[in-house]
Design a binder for this molecule. Sequence first.
Ligand code: IMP
Length: 429
Amino acid sequence: MSVMVLIGAQWGDEGKGKATDLWGSQVQWVVRYQGGNNAGHTVVLPDGQKFALHLIPSGILSAGTNNVIGNGVVIDPGVLLKELAGLEERGVDTSRLFISADAHLIMPYHVAIDKVTERFLGNSKIGTTGRGIGPAYQDKVARLGVRVQDLLDPSILAQKVEAALHIKNQILVKIYNRKALDPAQIVEEVLAQAEGFKHRIADTRLELAKAAERGDNILLEGSQGTLLDVDHGTYPFVTSSNPTSGGATIGSGLGPTRIDSVVGILKAYTTRVGSGPFPTELEDEWGEYLRQTGGEVGVTTGRLRRCGWFDAVIARYASRVNGITDYFLTKLDVLSSLKEVPVCVAYDVDGVRFDEMPMTQSDIHHAKPIYELLPGWSEDISGARTFEDLPKNAQDYVRRLEVLSGSRISAIGVGPGRDQTIVLHEVFG
Ligand code: IMP
């Protein structure tokens, strides 16, 4: 048996859906442990069908796999129902989706506050997805949150919504000049929505412990990425949860000693959505080239992603803070037909070289990439299925990234399709 954590090693959107899809057939459980519908996973099935998942683990597309939305996730009930309906319409069996009773709910006031706060911040805005993620996590920590289990006790639900709105309405009306929200209406709406998924509520912490004890393979799937982690990311331009591997134990209830491997998903170049520092960002035609060739448009928001060359400082940092055992390198095909491929090996911060992530945010904001130029390749690699199928320069690029990143590369993505993957080492089992 094996418990694997899968995390984004950069700023998210590294192609985690492809990895969960690849390993989904080998696992009995896929678990989301943080975030909410700010995430977006695209999975392309062999028949060409494309699925964009936001909240539901991508293991739902593998027959027979159990899927868990863990306690660390924040759930928008309306989004959950819509996503379930969309999958069912296309013939996907959703009966194996279980939802933690301890997960928190994103309420309509969280979405409203997310949007007005961003507007209020003006130039200092985070560039959130506007889905209410931050305000829902704020309420969780402030002990004002509404949990999935509250849907099973309408009077408790009403009390909690009323308590939360008592403060929120003052903020909405007095600070943001918005209309007050009606607690009774919200409770009625949420209870009606709960009818559609109540039967899925479970003690997922216990079920996962039993599964691990039985020897099931379990995949704990992180959303977003290392640099968007509220503790380890480019704070304050981060999300409000812990996408790093440590978050997997908190957000699922499986103890740290249960984890056997941590796989980092690493894009062959770098992207970021929203505000915040991004040392290798390209604001020229090369950025546009990567955006066009890589199809770098947000799955959740439709926003154009900021693009840049591969940043090994970040990869080393991700290896360190997540304890990465293996990397899955994605989108290598996007770099085909470049004469030379720059790779950032260190930063220059006001004349001082940094081989590791600077300690302070000010230094990260001043970081200028120091590049090493690697020879490119012109061949189409989308049909490569073994490492040897890759042109020599592409092989050298991968090997160089491996050395610079500090963890072995065990899989390489050469296209969006399910079969367009080169496996170098088996990571499960
Ligand atoms: P929030 O998670 O909506 O609060 O947004 C906080 C920051 O995280 C913003 O910069 C978002 O663009 C970014 N973010 C959230 N989810 C994702 C994701 O799945 N991929 C990439 N960026 C994300």
